[in-house]
Design a protein around this ligand. Structure first.
Ligand code: 1CP
Length: 366
């Protein structure tokens, strides 16, 4: 799936088309062009590490916050204002499109997504996909997302907004189990035990996630990231057979729009090329593999994003600084490098450390 020129298929008022973000450092690096400064943003940069986030969120449940456009916009903007990062990541959650499709799900503080019911049998999956067809995620249903993205993009100016969705496997890992799990055993059992039901579930999740991504892009997001956070629990064979087709289907929903598509998961050292081949323009790399080795496994063909070890945010500054410089040096062998963490910002992180990391990254000469 070769990527289209920037902005193909987007409205003329979109930031990638009207010039606001087309030559931003983030988009230049995602497109393997030389950026005017080295771009950096952090997964989970909005959220619990920031006192202003805790204040904004006080008394509001997570999903309610995601579906209140001015609040979602404000929370998205907070880390951009504070840290001078090169992108905003839309404040939402991978289960938001499920909620908008009418699925019974809530986010429990300290736990994560919890469903009213698990979806482990053919009958349970059948009920899910028939009662909540992906097409029900129409313009009306997605209005809170579209509105929040519009409000955010209007404030961001020349800083691009990244839209995101959960990939079908990661969504299924929650849907089948009904809640967060360590090894995603129930999802993997369904994948092998009833491949037809598995295909039905992941095709449905692919369309739900795809519609969520498309709405964010059309409303003004300049790039997208597909999070397959738990894909690293699969072998390459299983990934290719049972997961890659659905991930490809999700990314196809935005293939005609000409925005860079980033694909990220954790523990995916063995899967990097396969994750690129589902239609990614950029591959996100976690901290369990050296970035130059990841680039080698990707044949140097695509820009990469990553991969500072989040644990080191709590290490003494000289240790963290040396690590950041090492990541930047290893990333230099890629056709493009957007600096990020290997996974999300830990909630206990001192926000001033993140600001200092950003300024260090911006100061490093080639
Ligand atoms: O009450 C709270 O503050 C809830 C904590 C929280 C937050 C701030 C959750 C619950 N989700 C989010 C926001 C969120 N989630 C964002 C936007 C913020 C940002 O990045 O700056 C994004 C991109 C996500 C994506 C997300 N949600 C992923 C993929 C990325 C990743 O971290 O791997 C996943 C797996 C989820 C599920 C989820 N939602 C929330 C939690 C605690 C979890 C993980 C649960 C588990 O351990 O399985």
């Amino acid at each position: 799936m070769p990527s289209l020129p920037d902005g193909t298929g987007l409205p003329s008022t979109h930031p990638l088309v009207d010039g606001r973000t087309a030559t931003s450092p983030l988009i230049d690096a995602y497109r393997a062009r030389t950026p005017r400064r080295r771009p950096v943003w952090f997964m989970r940069q909005a959220g619990r590490s920031l006192p202003e986030y805790r204040e904004s969120r006080a008394g509001t449940a997570m999903l309610e916050a995601c579906l209140t456009p001015p609040l979602a916009a404000e929370i998205t903007l907070q880390p951009v204002r504070r840290h001078d990062v090169d992108a905003g990541i839309f404040f939402s959650d991978i289960v938001v499109p499920l909620k908008l499709a009418g699925v019974d799900v809530r986010i429990e503080p300290g736990v994560g997504p919890v469903f009213g019911t698990a979806h482990r049998t053919a009958a349970e999956v059948d009920r899910l996909v028939t009662e909540h067809p992906a097409e029900s995620l129409d313009e009306d249903a997605l209005a809170p997302i579209t509105e929040a993205v519009r409000l955010t993009v209007a404030e961001l100016g020349s800083t691009p907004l990244i839209g995101f969705a959960g990939a079908p496997f990661t969504l299924a890992a929650y849907l089948v189990e009904g809640r967060p799990s360590r090894d995603h055993l129930a999802a993997r059992a369904l994948m092998h035990g009833d491949p037809q039901t598995w295909a039905r579930l992941t095709a449905w999740a692919a369309d739900v996630a795809g519609r969520f991504l498309r709405a964010q892009v059309l409303a003004g997001a300049s790039a997208v990231q597909l999070f397959d956070s738990w894909a690293g629990s699969l072998s390459l064979d299983n990934y290719l057979r049972s997961v890659a087709p659905a991930s490809h289907r999700t990314l196809s929903h935005v293939a005609d729009l000409g925005v860079p598509r980033v694909h990220f998961g954790t523990g995916t050292g063995e899967l990097l090329a396969a994750m690129r081949d589902v239609g990614a323009d950029v591959v996100g790399v976690d901290d369990r593999i050296a970035l130059d080795e990841a680039v080698r496994r990707l044949d140097g063909r695509v820009p990469v994003q990553g991969n500072i070890d989040p644990a080191l945010l709590a290490a003494p500054w000289p240790v963290l600084e040396a690590h950041v410089r090492d990541v930047v040096a290893r990333g230099a062998v890629a056709p493009g490098h957007v600096v990020n963490l290997g996974h999300g910002v830990p909630p206990t992180t001192d926000p001033d450390v993140l600001t200092r990391v950003v300024s260090l990254i911006h100061s490093i000469e080639d």
